[in-house]
Design a protein around this ligand. Structure first.
Ligand code: NAD
Length: 489
């Protein structure tokens, strides 16, 4: 099946000559072909979205959110179908996919509060007879560029806020996992957004670069790897656009000797191996402080090897494949690099053999490397796969200093039963999302997704009030109305 673009309320065949293949990572079955749309199709979408903006921005916010209420109901109706589509194109388990769609819906719900969220401010009498207002107005045509790993949730970190604040949108899903958003856009069409308000152009790097260079597109929201995030940030900014660009991660998770043993073991393993490690909030470096080493190492090992792998739609499966053969090879190479750097392979997931029905799948079982060199390359490289690196620190000072020396700042988590240790960690750790006895500190829709350092380029993050600020520009009005002018009536 060759996917179509959705421009101006019409599903259109792309003139692309190159395609990306979408396949089920668990079976290798080809599901669709994604057109790598040429710049002319971005231009068509931008032109039509700009025309639609004229009326959409004049539509009162209370009216603009009505299709969002319908969208919420439609997403609930199609909840299972969307979750199954995520499993098929991404490989994660059905439970993980359901969690993803729930998060997407929560963002639609929060954006329904736009009439209140985009209110301005008024100061009466800044001088005698003079009032000053701050009004929020939409920026115009905005674009969203998404990664492969949360095909149903990440577009919704942005889309509901962008349209509710009065902008028109061009969506560019990952060319590797575009099918969930194909459904998402069909639901938006059914929800009754006017033609041209929401558009989707499939593609890869050339399509994205056409977005970054297009003069009509005023803002770009991006989520993906750090190398691409830097490119997006620089090129879009050089063209005068607003940009929010979320990048990669290498999340540290600290375990203190006083941590709750059972809960910590379960949550830490889930954080590292959930979504097969393909989560920007997956824990990667597990830093065991002092005596935590003896307590937790054997337990983490035992829990990791018990994880059930298979097709994400099958009952009892706890972990699916990684996204592609290329990704599996890259992760295997990183495991090898860790061993070369002196780490000990406690659990080797590379030897996993799937059942014959899944022999074409890209499976890698949980892997644990112990004594990963703190100054080595592996400890600094995003793996984006089911690999746990165990590292050891003498005390909290050493652990926090090491965390803060890292390049990324997406998330840092701590496991302890001590309030004092927790407060110090929350205060000092240089990451934008902090977990205290939490393995995946994913902000709810009503908080901003606050990556720091090389995990984020920009100032306003995804979701909630940050989304509203990003998609609106403030206008200040200063008015003078003298009392004597009202006397004539
Ligand atoms: P990616 O950077 O390869 O691709 C992301 C998007 O950018 C895709 O839509 C792709 O078509 C486009 N793209 C790729 N190369 C490009 C180029 N050279 N020029 C212009 N556009 C280009 O990322 P991915 O592999 O799809 O996703 C995984 C990455 O995303 C990981 O690094 C992960 O940490 C990160 N991620 C971050 C967050 C976060 O919130 N910070 C969330 C999810 C994923």
């Amino acid at each position: 099946m060759e996917l179509k673009n959705y421009i101006g309320g019409v599903w259109r065949h792309s003139a692309a000559t190159e395609f990306a293949t979408v396949s089920d990572p668990a079976t290798g079955e080809v599901l669709a072909k994604t057109p790598l749309s040429p710049p002319s199709e971005v231009d068509m979408a931008a032109t039509i979205a700009a025309e639609a903006f004229v009326d959409w921005r004049r539509t009162p916010p209370v009216k603009r959110i009505q299709p969002l209420f319908k969208l919420k109901a439609l997403m609930e109706d199609h909840f299972d179908g969307m979750a199954e589509m995520i499993v098929l194109e991404n490989g994660k388990t059905i439970g993980e996919a359901r969690g993803e769609i729930r998060r997407a819906i929560e963002n639609v719900e929060v954006a329904c509060g736009i009439p209140l969220m985009m209110q301005g401010a008024v100061s009466e009498d800044i001088a005698r007879g003079i009032d000053e207002f701050m009004i929020r107005q939409p920026v115009g045509v905005v674009a969203i560029v998404a990664p492969f790993n949360f095909p149903g949730m990440i577009p919704f970190w942005f889309l509901p806020y962008a349209v509710a604040t009065g902008n028109t949108v061009i969506m560019k899903p990952s060319e590797r996992t575009p099918l969930t958003m194909q459904m998402g856009i069909e639901l938006m069409e059914a929800a009754g957004f006017p033609r041209g308000v929401v558009n989707m152009v499939h593609g890869g790097a050339e399509t994205v670069n056409a977005i970054l260079d297009h003069p009509t597109i005023k803002a770009v929201s991006f989520v993906g790897s750090t190398a691409v995030a830097k490119h997006i940030y620089a090129r879009a900014a050089a063209n005068g656009k607003r940009v929010q660009a979320q990048g990669g991660a290498k999340n540290p998770l600290l375990i203190m000797p006083d941590a709750d043993v059972e809960m910590t073991t379960k949550i830490v393993t889930d954080s590292v191996f959930g979504n097969s490690g393909q989560r920007c909030l997956a824990a990667s470096n597990i830093i065991l402080v002092g005596a935590a080493k003896e307590i937790f190492t054997p337990l983490l090992q035992k829990t990791a090897v018990s994880r059930v792998l298979g097709h994400g739609l099958d009952d009892g499966v706890e972990m699916g494949p990684v996204i592609s053969g290329q990704s599996k090879e890259r992760i295997s190479g990183l495991i090898e690099m860790g061993v070369r750097e002196g780490a000990e392979l406690l659990v080797d997931g590379r030897s996993f053999t799937p059942p014959s029905a899944l022999k074409e799948g890209h499976f890698l079982a949980p892997t644990i490397l112990d004594n990963v060199a703190i100054d080595g390359e592996l400890s600094r490289t995003e793996i984006f796969g089911p690999v746990m690196s165990l590292m050891h620190a003498a005390d909290l000072d050493e652990a926090i200093a090491w965390i803060n020396s890292g390049q990324y700042g997406n998330m840092a988590s701590l496991f302890t039963t001590s309030g004092g240790v927790a407060r110090r960690f929350r205060y000092e750790a240089q990451a934008g999302n902090i977990g205290i006895n939490i393995g995946v500190a994913a902000p709810m829709a009503f908080f901003p997704f606050s990556g720091w350092k090389d995990s984020f380029f920009g100032t306003l993050h995804a979701q909630s009030g940050h989304g509203v600020e990003f998609y609106t520009q403030t206008k200040i009005v200063v008015e003078r109305w003298l009392k004597e002018w009202s006397r004539q009536f």
